[in-house]
Design a protein around this ligand. Structure first.
Ligand code: PLP
Length: 400
């Protein structure tokens, strides 16, 4: 475990609004004035620190949020985007062109999988899916056309832990970029400190935490963020997935309670996972000693923020998963909904929802059972009561 506390860096990041306001003023402008035509020309020639041109390029509110996220991920720089998918697609399109390849973990969010499998080939970019735990397979898949090694730090939905130090070693040896989706484990895992080159987040999830907007970010080197925002050749500038500044301001406020929320999500998930195991249910949770990635997680995680709020249980069959989820919603255990990181508990069956883009035979290959129910544990104050509700549903649905 690392003693590193990313949130103390955010705590030290004091910004002042125009009037000394503790929440920086929200800039409500799509365009910005210049003192002279000369200054405008200079900005088109090269970026000028603190100078804004047009909001699709940069705006002050988005910059405040990007800077705070950069502190969170210990990166030199960051940008915010209108969704997590925009962060992923802009980053891969920045690095890859026709003829290039990506080597990706096969256990990734279904939307990313669909982007890689169905969409990128239209641009001549091919993706090889591998078991990211199998380093020999990863190395074998890399060719001189490969530009990116892609994975999620805690994978969706099976909660496998990526060995980021080892994957970084492989990517460095082949001179390719290690790109990591850290959506499931903000604060808990710091991929850039473990050797990754690019971290992306769906801010829609834990970082915002209130399920009221969709947003994303890319955290990386100055060089890569400048490439993404380049006026003439940057994917984020030219594809245009700009985040609205009002949303950026509200996400920034929520970011400041992230550490407390992650601890509580983790505590609740641990309690539920341990107690489900005691009653004999098959549970996937990296905090459990018998989880495949538990030891690795202990090695790479930051101390004090728990093991994340995501867990998965196996109800056996798809019908059983459906009837369990129906009952869980009726009994007010949480909401039957995709997404995660909300203050209330959310659950869904990945095989027929968030991972449905992955063909059935590949789901079987990666161990994704059709009866899997993914749970994003909320911030419930009385987790014992939540467990009793869950247990009642499991027993009544004859899951055990
Ligand atoms: N990455 C992961 C792990 C996700 O779960 C999701 C969405 O569910 C995304 C990326 C995409 O993010 P967004 O929905 O913000 O575009």
């Amino acid at each position: 475990m690392h003693k590193f506390d990313p949130c103390s860096d955010i705590q030290d990041y004091l910004v002042f609004g125009e009037y000394g306001d503790v929440n920086p003023s929200v800039t409500d402008s799509s365009t910005y004035t210049f003192l002279s035509p000369q200054k405008m020309k200079e900005l088109f020639d090269h970026e000028i620190e603190g100078c804004f041109l047009y909001s699709r390029h940069w705006n002050p509110t988005n910059k405040y949020l990007a800077d705070a996220l950069s502190k969170l991920e210990s990166s030199e720089s960051a940008i915010v985007t209108a969704s997590g998918m925009a962060a992923i697609s802009c980053s891969v399109l920045q690095l890859c062109g026709s003829g290039d390849e990506i080597v990706s973990s096969r256990t990734i969010y279904g939307g990313t999988y669909a982007l890689f499998k169905n969409f990128l080939p239209r641009f001549g970019i091919n993706v090889k899916f591998v078991n990211i735990q199998d380093f020999a397979a990863v190395k074998k898949a890399i060719t001189d056309k490969t530009k990116i090694l892609y994975c999620e730090s805690i994978s969706n939905p099976l909660l496998e832990i990526a060995n980021l130090p080892k994957l970084s070693e492989i990517s460095k040896a082949h001179n390719i970029k290690l790109m990591v989706d850290n959506t499931f484990s903000p604060v808990i895992i710091s991929p850039l400190r473990l050797g990754a080159d690019i971290v992306i987040h769906s801010l829609t999830k834990y970082i915002n935490g209130t399920s009221d907007c969709v947003a994303g970010c890319v955290c990386s080197s100055h060089q890569f963020i400048s490439q993404l925002t380049d006026i003439n050749s940057g994917a984020s500038m030219l594809l245009g997935p700009v985040l609205d500044s009002y949303r950026a301001a509200s996400i920034l406020k929520n970011l400041h309670s992230l550490h407390i929320r992650m601890k509580k999500h983790g505590e609740n998930a641990m309690y539920i996972a341990e107690n489900l195991k005691k009653i004999g249910l098959k549970v996937y949770y990296p905090g459990l000693k018998d989880h495949k990635g538990h030891k690795l997680m202990l090695e790479i995680m930051n101390e004090g923020f728990g093991f994340s709020g995501m867990l998965a249980i196996d109800a056996g069959t798809s019908d059983k998963a459906d009837s369990l989820m129906q009952r869980l919603q009726n009994e007010k255990f949480g909401y039957l909904a995709v997404s995660l990181g909300y203050f209330k508990t959310l659950f869904s069956s990945p095989g027929s929802s968030t991972s449905s883009e992955i063909p059935k035979e590949e789901q079987v290959q990666m161990g994704l059972s059709e009866g899997l129910v993914r749970i994003s544990m909320g911030l419930d104050n009385d987790v014992h009561k939540s467990f009793e509700r869950l247990k009642k549903c499991i027993v009544e649905e004859k899951i055990i």
